[in-house]
Design a protein. Structure first.
Lengths: 336, 320, 486
């Protein structure tokens, strides 16, 4: 066991996997940094600080800095994967998915299917996402709801260093394309990480709190807010289940339904805006498959139907918080 | 150029031609679903390029992919079954004409998105660089795809990474229903490519011999790790952008004229006989065999089993 | 050309709308001869053996045994001569039941009624069943200016919410609407009408996850929870959840724990017979003005007579058969009760066709003893036996259940003292007989014990007035208490 941040756990995992598999390569913008400058390569090991040292260890053929060309980062990753390599592609901000969306949803997501199962495309696209650092509308979006809806992709978002290591390992070693979402606010999150190699399976939610009065479902940075809300309610004798989904595609339907069958009240917390989102997806699932168990309407705590605002006060109001999650839980509990 | 090579080249070009001509008829009956884009007229490019490639090299194609597929060595009958949407088609009926592929022979797919091929080929070239075995990747693009942002990005990155990728631009003068003189702003694609910092060539794509010679040099250059190369082929397509295209953008008698004066197969035959490289008898025999192959392919495709509803969810993932 | 014919669900009687194919008596592809039994089809409580009218081959069986189909539905395809399956497919695809909108008829005509043996027509009179014509809604031209719908109070409120607020006497103005733009929804109104629910204010509670203790196992949170709650080890549990995970159901199954969902009821659709009973008796209760006349009868004499017969011959009919005979004779003596009621008409019958209530696995059926007044008790008993057998095995024929004028129902064997039965339409009355018990009666100067049973006569007041009913009951008691008259 070792105490480390999510950033460190991810960096360690990438290095371990590249050691283990000579066919694994990684590409992205500034993952080496410094190419073509006076500082030389490795002047900065990736803007999120995860990829430092890889260039030195594995060389320019496996650790590739790209120009600012997202469609080629993801497109080249796809092409290399089709020929039999395993590829990690890094997108600096989830918002840039817009620039390479064709590569993601017309190419990577569809190759295996279009080619009749006679091809695989083992690409892990690492994507830094989420609001909370005042990066405003084009550098703060959640994006995972859109990608969750695309058949052929898997969507993953760890919330602890231990899960970051296990989930990234699963993503890299798996043969399917994975959109690996890393919340900007969680890179510094600390936690105990087991030694040695292990895989965390997809579609396997984590229980963060347990109680039978209400179910709170969240993913990514909002898991912490959900747990905080549950702790406040627990002081008054209200016990909530808090589920960390870990992956939204595949989704751990069983965990959600089992919990709702027990509590009868569901609160879904989602950083996406409210239309056609993860929250509405889960609400529909539960309303359809656990209708008889529901004692109250499903409460959704989401971002508003607006772009992400810049000013601190605005961004704070934009994001779900422990207070708004607690209020939603109270509302569900008050229903009669 | 050895006799065997010439026979093989002629056979492949003829197979492409007869495959496309026959499809044109079959499509007219309404039996084939979806969009089909025929390659007839451009055979010398596909074969001129692929004659220098082995199964370990990679190509990525466009929506007009049957020619590249056949030239790269895909199973013709399996291709026909795929276009007919059969369960035992090359892609199990899941892809159809626009997504026809066989990764096992280095054909990384026809692609329905214009310009999608260039980054993919770049990726294959990056993989080839890792292996260090002198493999190359070819991105086939039309004059339309030449203007797509993804193509420019790939060209730039290829130069930056010195990747062994060949950008083969097939200028058949029409990008859908718009002429190349309108849609390409630069002097030509080769000149523009050179501006990106790569070696660039321009060649008559209706002349197999010229195309073959240029590609020999280009592929050699690439294999030697000298970086990417662009080749602009001047060629013609005899059919519309898609089957069903009324082709109102053509001049009167244009296609007839092209089929007479710009038919790469006719030109090959003429030259081969004139320069006593191959005799008419040999060529005729190949013609017959090719027709028989296409006939058999269609017959087989028509009676092959269709996929069932249960097949819809298969192969979305390796495991979910 | 085509020699295909349709075998469709027959219509027996005017009221039949659907039937159940109980079983096929032939296999697909079988050649049948004229008169050969093809299938058993059940409608209401009658199961009919359907016979082939002519020689043919059943090239395709479509109906499934046990399933119900509407009258006229295609059950099978018959053919003479060879025919290939695609032709049969085309025939099926083109088939339209008679009464469906007429399309251009295919060469192989789809007939609504097959040429097979029809059972005897039902003796039930026709009841008018008119489907109300659905009036076409008048089409209004859209107004040229869009007029905003004005709500008198000026409130944004849904139509259902407005109505409900009125019903519940809730002041809609005091509700903050949860709909778009503050619109008041039905849910808002209902919530406002209910007393508030107090939340919280309790003692702090622990919510740290306990299931993390079992994280080493690849099991769902629900599975771990169940395992912890019942101290079940997860090592030996067989996983059948997605991706090979142990699910809650797996733990429940292997550890023998009843899941919450086991408390759910087993839901079974009503059979054709039960639906028929439900329909008939609901209608009876709803439309017939029932009234009830009750009296005790003394059975000592009857039991004595029966006992003597038993001693003499070794066997005797059951007590109930004597009741049936008594009923028949009473019906002849008071013929105005021996009737059927049809709308505004009363049918008077000369024969007492006494129906007997028989309990079967499928439900209550009432086979009829025809002209019971002409048959001595033993004959009635002999006739009743096979009827009851057929009833219990679901093989009653139409003629077994038709034409009854009166029903007798006896629950004495269950110890029921007295009950009131529901009239079996279109009959005019029904008799309910209770258990024979020794009860104290007035006898001589004091109390004597006698064998008594309660009779309850339910009558249709539209056709049988109280006095008439009373007279019948008296006559019946007279026959029972003077069994030598039977």
């Amino acid at each position: 066991m070792a105490l480390m941040t999510i950033r460190e756990a991810l960096a360690q995992t990438i290095r371990t996997e590249m050691d283990r598999d000579p066919n694994l390569l990684i590409l992205g913008e500034d993952i080496v940094g410094g190419n073509g400058t006076a500082g030389g390569p490795e002047a900065i090991g990736g803007i999120w600080g995860l990829t430092g040292g890889l260039y030195e260890r594995f060389g320019p053929k496996r650790v590739i800095d790209t120009p600012i060309s997202e469609s080629c980062i993801v497109g080249a990753a796809a092409g290399a994967a089709l020929t039999g390599k395993r590829v990690i592609a890094e997108l600096m901000f989830a918002d840039f998915v817009g620039v390479c969306l064709d590569q993601i949803y017309n190419q990577i997501a569809e190759f295996r299917y279009m080619f009749g199962g006679r091809a695989t495309c083992p690409v892990t696209v690492r994507i830094a996402y989420g609001a909370g650092l005042n990066c405003a509308a084009q550098h703060s979006q959640a994006v995972y709801s859109m990608l969750t809806s695309i058949p052929g992709l898997k969507v993953v978002m760890p919330t602890t260093p231990a899960d970051a290591k296990g989930l990234l390992t699963s993503a890299i070693r798996g043969d399917d394309p994975v959109m690996f979402f890393e919340h900007k606010m969680l890179y510094g999150e600390k936690g105990e990480v087991p030694d040695g190699e292990y895989l965390v399976p997809f579609g396997h939610a984590r229980m963060v709190r347990e109680g039978s009065d209400a179910t709170i479902v969240a993913c990514g940075a909002l898991v912490g807010s959900a747990a905080a809300a549950a702790d406040r309610l627990a002081k008054e004798g209200i016990a909530c289940d808090v589920l960390d989904l870990r992956t939204t595609s595949p989704l751990d339907e069983e965990a959600i339904l089992d919990s709702v069958e027990l509590t009868g009240r569901l609160i879904v917390v989602d950083e996406s805006p409210p239309r056609c989102s993860l929250a509405t997806d889960i609400a529909a699932l539960v309303a359809n498959k656990a209708f008889a168990a529901l004692k109250a309407p499903i409460e959704l705590v989401t971002a508003p139907h607006s772009p992400v605002p810049f000013a601190r006060e605005l961004e704070r109001a934009y994001l779900p918080s422990p207070a708004t999650i607690e209020a939603a839980a109270r509302k569900a509990l008050a229903y009669r | 150029m050895t006799r065997d090579l010439l026979i093989d080249a002629y056979r492949r070009m003829k197979t492409i031609r007869e495959f496309e001509e026959r499809l044109h008829q079959e499509i007219a009956t309404g039996e084939i679903a979806g969009f089909t884009h025929l390659y007839a007229g451009q055979e010398a490019v596909a074969v001129g390029v692929c004659s220098h490639l082995g199964p370990q090299d990679y190509i990525v194609s466009t929506h007009r992919g049957h020619g590249h597929c056949i030239a790269k060595g895909c199973d013709v009958k399996a291709m026909m079954r795929e276009i007919f949407g059969r369960r035992n088609g090359l892609c199990k009926g899941k892809g159809g004409s626009m997504h026809i592929a066989d990764v096992s022979v280095g054909m990384l797919g026809a692609n329905g998105i214009v310009g999608a091929g260039a980054p993919l080929a770049l990726g294959a070239a990056v993989a080839a660089q890792m292996d260090g075995a002198g493999k190359v990747a070819v991105a086939f693009s039309g004059d339309g795809a030449a203007n797509q942002g993804t193509t420019f990005e790939a060209m730039n990155m290829a130069v930056v990474l010195k990747a062994p990728v060949i950008f083969a631009f097939e200028n058949n003068h029409y990008s859908e229903h718009t002429g190349v003189s309108y849609s390409v702003g630069a002097k030509d694609m080769a000149t523009r490519a050179a501006g990106f910092g790569m070696a660039a060539h321009k060649v008559d794509g209706c002349d197999f011999f010229a195309s073959y010679r240029v590609m020999a040099e280009v592929v050699g250059y690439c294999r030697a790790g000298k970086g990417p190369v662009a080749v602009e082929f001047d060629t013609e397509r005899f059919y519309g952008h898609f089957e069903g295209d009324p082709q109102r953008y053509r001049g009167p008698g244009e296609v007839d004229r092209l089929r007479t004066t710009r038919d790469c197969i006719k030109a090959f035959r003429t030259k081969a006989i004139h320069e006593e490289l191959l005799d008419a008898h040999t060529l005729d025999a190949i013609d017959k065999e090719v027709l028989a192959l296409i006939e058999a392919a269609v017959t087989e495709a028509r009676t092959a089993p269709v996929p069932t509803a249960a097949d819809v969810l298969e192969d979305v993932y390796v495991s979910y | 050309m085509s020699t295909l014919r349709a075998f469709t669900m027959p219509k027996w009687g005017i009221e039949m709308t659907e039937g159940t194919v109980s079983e096929w008596s032939i296999r697909e592809g079988e050649q049948v001869t004229q008169g050969q039994i093809i299938a058993l089809i059940e409608s209401d409580k009658i199961v009919n053996e359907v016979q082939a009218e002519f020689e043919t081959r059943f090239v395709r069986l479509i109906a499934q045994a046990g399933e119900s189909y509407p009258v006229g539905a295609l059950l099978a395809v018959m053919a003479t001569g060879d025919v290939d399956q695609s032709e049969v497919d085309r025939f099926i695809a083109a088939f339209r039941p008679a009464g469906a909108a007429a399309e251009s008829a295919p060469e192989s005509a789809s007939e609504s009624a097959p040429e097979i043996t029809q059972p005897a027509a039902s003796a039930e009179a026709a009841r008018s069943r008119s489907t109300p014509a659905i009036a076409a809604a008048p089409v209004r031209a859209a107004p040229s200016h869009a007029r905003t719908l004005e709500i008198p109070e000026g409130l944004a409120i849904s139509p259902q919410a407005r109505r409900r607020a009125g019903e519940l006497s809730v002041d809609a103005r005091s509700i903050s609407g949860s709909g778009r733009g503050g619109r008041i929804t039905l849910q808002d109104v209902e919530q406002a009408s209910r007393p508030s629910r107090a939340i919280g204010g309790g003692a702090p509670v622990a919510i740290e996850p306990r299931t993390t203790a079992l994280d080493a196992f690849y099991a769902s949170p629900g599975a771990k929870r169940l395992a912890l709650a019942h101290s079940v080890g997860l090592t030996a549990i067989r996983a059948t959840g997605p991706r090979g995970r142990i699910s809650r159901a797996d733990v429940a199954r292997d550890a023998g724990i009843p899941l919450q969902t086991d408390a759910a009821p087993r839901v079974v659709r009503m059979s054709a017979t039960r639906k028929a009973i439900a329909r008939a008796l609901s209608q009876s209760k709803a439309t017939i003005p029932h009234y009830y006349l009750r009296r005790e009868v003394q059975l000592d004499a009857l039991q004595g007579l029966r006992g003597d017969l038993k001693r003499q011959t070794g066997a005797a009919p059951g007590l109930n058969e004597y009741f049936l005979r008594a009923t028949a004779l009473a019906l002849i003596e008071v013929p105005d009760v021996n009737i059927q009621v049809h709308g505004e008409e009363i049918y008077y019958y000369t024969d007492a066709n006494v129906a007997v209530a028989v309990a079967t696995d499928r439900g209550l059926v009432t086979p009829v003893l025809r002209a019971a007044q002409r048959k001595p008790v033993q004959v009635l008993a002999d006739e009743l036996k096979p009827l009851i057998e057929r009833a219990r095995s679901g093989r009653l024929r139409a003629e077994d259940v038709e034409g009854g004028t009166f029903t007798v129902s006896n629950l004495g064997m269950f110890g029921v003292d007295q009950f009131d039965a529901i009239i079996n339409p279109p009959q005019g009355a029904i008799l309910a007989i209770g258990a024979a018990r020794r009860r104290p009666i007035e006898g001589g100067d004091g109390i004597a014990f006698a064998s008594m049973a309660w009779l309850s006569l339910s009558c249709d007041h539209r056709a049988i007035d109280g006095a008439l009913g009373g007279r019948f009951l008296a006559a019946l008691a007279g026959f029972i208490e003077s069994p030598q008259r039977l």
